[in-house]
Design a protein around this ligand. Structure first.
Ligand SMILES: Cc1ncc(COP(=O)(O)O)c(C=O)c1O
Length: 385
């Protein structure tokens, strides 16, 4: 078995070989620019982009014309939030988000505040859920946007998206959802969910890094945005720059594969996750963080009391690849802002680990992981510094 066993699929997923296969011709023989409309090189590239647009749209129940290709979820989030803020200035300058969002959302909200906007940060309960009453109470006549993630990247907790969109609708406020962790992992339908804008990322669903998309609703209501990258007017003037054709082809294929395998894959991943969790919870002083009921099937965030998280991680990393918090902050010894917001104390937050499974996780991976984690945690008991 190849070590370390990869249980960090929420940070990034390995690319599916079928995705790579689909991409390869677009690096070599089909190298055309999708905007070149006077020859076959361009037409071939444009056709591939069209197909990918349909594949991405189909996975989330959108219309292909509602998909804007970007370089990843971070860019989609920036475009969605800043684009609305700048475009709806006449209407108001207030938005609402939540303290457990990914840094891509929180840092964009900082930018909003530094540029004359106001942001309300909703707290969460110990399971990481927002309070819908608090959300509704936070809406003012100045509110233009609610930005609440579909599922949390550290705990997998799924927010009540349909209820959030009902509130947004009732008050004529747009609803953006960062669905980076949820797309391709659970069924999502932007129409049923009432989402106006949604971000997704290629590398979280077995596609290539540096690819992503923003869904922008075209009717009921039609959402319009100020672009954040200026240039040749690509992507209906919302995101300029020559399209990354191989990347887009890969993203499209990855979405198609997710759509084909979603139900069966989710079931088997959930069975593996549950058996990992069940066994780890037999260790004294362990608990699951986040909602156990409303949760992504692949993620388990577990606290191990009475150990030094950093020491355990150091020992663990040779054999099992997991993380504390999100990938961007897991190397620092700062406790996770998500777990702290859910009421964990600093020590426990630092000795909490996110295990995230994926398409290529096997039963043997889980069996070995259980045995190694149990041994390492038991060996570190009582050696707190
Ligand atoms: C919830 C969430 N939002 C946004 C991002 C950023 O995604 P990308 O790496 O595609 O920019 C991530 C990635 O860690 C994430 O988990």
């Amino acid at each position: 078995m190849k070590l370390p066993i990869y249980l960090d699929n929420a940070a990034t997923t390995p690319m599916d070989p079928k995705v790579l296969e689909e991409m390869l011709p677009y690096f070599l023989e089909n190298f055309g620019n999708a905007s070149s409309n006077s020859h076959v090189y361009g037409w071939t590239a444009a056709e591939a982009v069209d197909i990918a647009r349909q594949q991405v749209a189909a996975l989330i129940g959108a219309h292909p014309s509602e998909i804007v290709f970007t370089s990843g979820a971070t860019e989609s989030i920036n475009l969605g939030i800043k684009g609305v803020f700048e475009n709806y200035k006449e209407k108001g300058n207030h938005m609402i988000t939540c303290v457990t969002e990914h840094r891509a959302v929180l840092d964009t909200c900082d930018w909003i505040e530094n540029n004359g906007g106001k942001v309300t940060y909703l707290p969460v309960d110990p399971e990481g859920m927002i309070d819908l009453k608090a959300l509704e109470n936070a809406i003012t006549s100045e509110t233009v946007l609610i930005s609440i993630m579909y599922a949390n990247n550290e705990t997998g907790t799924i927010q009540p998206v349909q209820k959030i969109s009902e509130i947004a609708r009732k008050h004529g406020v747009l609803f953006f959802s960062d669905a980076t962790q949820a797309v391709g992992k659970i069924q999502i339908d932007v129409i049923e969910d009432g989402i106006d804008m949604l971000s997704l990322s290629g590398h979280k669903l077995y596609g290539p890094k540096g690819t992503g998309a923003l869904y922008v609703r075209r009717k009921n209501p039609k959402v319009t945005l100020i672009s954040q990258i200026h240039g040749g007017g690509h992507e209906k003037n919302m995101r300029s720059g020559t399209l990354n054709v191989p990347g887009i082809v890969g993203l499209g294929k990855a979405c198609e594969l997710c759509m084909l395998t979603l139900d069966s894959e989710t079931t088997s991943i959930e069975i593996f996750r549950n058996s990992l969790e069940r066994e780890l919870l037999k260790i004294d002083g362990t608990k699951v963080n986040g909602s156990v009921k409303n949760r992504l099937p692949a993620i388990s965030n577990i606290s191990f009391a009475h150990v030094n998280g950093e020491d355990v991680l150091m020992k663990l990393c040779a054999e099992i690849a997991v993380s504390r918090g999100s990938a961007c902050s897991s190397v620092t010894s700062k406790p996770s802002h998500v777990l702290m917001a859910m009421g964990l104390d600093e020590n426990l937050a630092l000795s909490s680990f996110r295990f995230s499974l994926g398409r290529f996780t096997t039963l043997s991976h889980i069996e070995v992981a259980i045995e190694r984690i149990k041994t390492i945690v038991e060996n570190h008991r009582g050696i707190t510094r």
